[in-house]
Design a binder for this molecule. Structure first.
Ligand SMILES: *Cc1c(COP(=O)(O)O)cnc(C)c1O
Length: 430
């Protein structure tokens, strides 16, 4: 047994499934998970010393690449001043000023410790503000693991074999209504069915937890229009897209303004950070100003804030980073599409900016139903082939391929050449 296998066996004795987050277990693709010992730039090194070109980027945060020296230095310096105070510190103010400065729809922002917490809190605020209980979410969108959002969720829930999680009381899920992504009619129907009862529509503006599904022309603006007409709030879950499609996130990229926004991943540069914010009058509902309670012992943690701020400063200081990763994403998708066509593989290449996905289905993917037509066995074979070539893509069909500023043209060429060899070896069958 190699060291990763030994560690996985040890882990299995004391951690459910040996992992602290389900998709890490490689269950959807077969094979044993690698334990990572260190990471730098676009590469990760496992416990046995194998080096991988990484396209997971810790599931999104690592847009600058792993172990960016300025981010690490900021975190270390902050740690030397104290790990946590349980009282306010300057870094929280600076972080909030940065976020409000980048994202015009966010006038007040509250820091939390994960994307899940951000979503859970934003939903509570939406309900408190509107005095309504029901929430519309979209099939295949993942909003973290809070009870009400584990209905037709994406990410690991999609490969788990069950559409919804056990342990969620019917009452919790009863107020969650699901609509089809890119299907405005299904949203209108819900509003017609539950007039005056829907507090908010929550959406991943680019759905990146059922693979990557981009919003069709008019979808996001349509949601905005419907929510305004129905006096419901529009919540953009930008835990992945925030500070990834640009400093203004998907809302800036697509020019649609939500009422509330949730952040995570990049905002903490790899530290456990989430945030939610929005229009002043709505966010003034949050305690101690208003009657919506939300708190956190470690929220606004000085070390996490320092890392996040350092990352955001780098992104702000060099707009070339977004140009580079977005352009690299465009050309990667173009080359991958060429390969798919050349080998007549039943595959779809999707994505936007630095988010991409290779779906193993002959059907165009525009929502949960079409994403689910993917041949996950074929994806598993592809995944194992790539891993064997030292290329670490997400261990599930229903996740994004994340690019970072540390990826190079050579890295992309190497990846395309490994993919080409996969298609060659499959003789058209996959
Ligand atoms: C990752 C993710 C979450 C959950 O964030 P955690 O930090 O894992 O709790 C919520 N929404 C979206 C869109 C995500 O991608």
């Amino acid at each position: 047994m190699n060291r990763s296998e030994v560690l996985f066996e040890r882990a299995g004795k004391v951690i459910p499934g040996g992992v602290n987050s389900p998709v890490r277990a490689f269950q959807a693709v077969g094979g044993k998970p690698r334990f990572i010992a260190s990471a730098g730039g676009a590469k990760m090194t496992d416990a046995d010393g194998n080096v991988y070109l990484d396209f997971v980027g810790s599931w999104g945060p690592m847009i600058l690449g792993h172990s960016h020296p300025a981010v690490t230095e900021a975190a270390v310096k902050a740690a030397e001043r104290g790990l946590s105070f349980g009282a306010s510190c300057e870094a929280e103010v600076e972080m909030a000023e940065l976020v409000c400065g980048f994202v015009p729809s966010v006038e007040l922002v509250r820091m939390v410790n994960s994307g899940t917490e951000a979503v859970m809190s934003a939903l509570r605020v939406a309900r408190g503000y509107t005095g309504r209980d029901k929430i519309v979410k979209f099939e295949g969108c993942y909003h973290g693991h809070c009870d009400s959002m584990l209905v037709k969720a994406g990410s690991g829930v999609m490969t788990g074999g069950v559409p919804d999680s056990a342990g969620v009381p019917e009452g919790c899920a009863a107020d969650t209504l699901t609509a089809g992504y890119n299907d405005l009619e299904s949203v209108k129907k819900l509003f017609a069915q539950f007039p005056g009862q829907i507090a908010a529509v929550i959406v991943e503006p680019v759905a990146a937890n059922m693979g990557v599904v981009t919003p069709e022309e008019g979808f996001l603006t349509g949601l905005r229009r419907i929510c305004t007409e129905e006096k419901a709030l529009l919540i953009f879950d930008e835990v992945i897209t925030g500070f990834r499609l640009g400093l203004t996130g998907a809302q800036g990229y697509y020019g649609v303004t939500p009422d509330l926004t949730t952040f995570g991943k990049i905002i903490g540069a790899g530290m456990p950070v989430g945030a939610y914010g929005g229009r002043r009058e709505i966010m003034e509902m949050v305690a101690p100003l208003g009657r919506v309670y939300q708190a956190g012992t470690l929220s606004g943690n000085p070390v996490a804030m320092a890392a996040g701020i350092a990352g955001l400063h780098i992104l702000k200081g060099d707009p070339g980073i977004y140009e580079k990763v977005n352009r690299m994403g465009d050309s990667f998708r173009k080359e991958l599409k060429n390969l798919v066509e050349r080998f007549q593989a039943p595959c779809q290449v999707t994505g936007v900016g630095s988010l991409s996905c290779l779906f193993f289905t002959k059907e165009p993917v525009r929502d949960y139903v079409s994403a689910k037509t993917s041949d996950t066995e074929a994806f598993g074979r592809y995944f194992r082939h790539m891993l064997g070539r030292g290329i670490y893509v997400a261990p599930s069909q229903f996740e994004a391929l994340f690019l970072s500023a540390a990826h190079t043209k050579e890295d992309m060429d190497r990846t395309l050449s490994a993919a080409e060899d996969y298609f060659k070896g499959q003789g058209g069958s996959l």
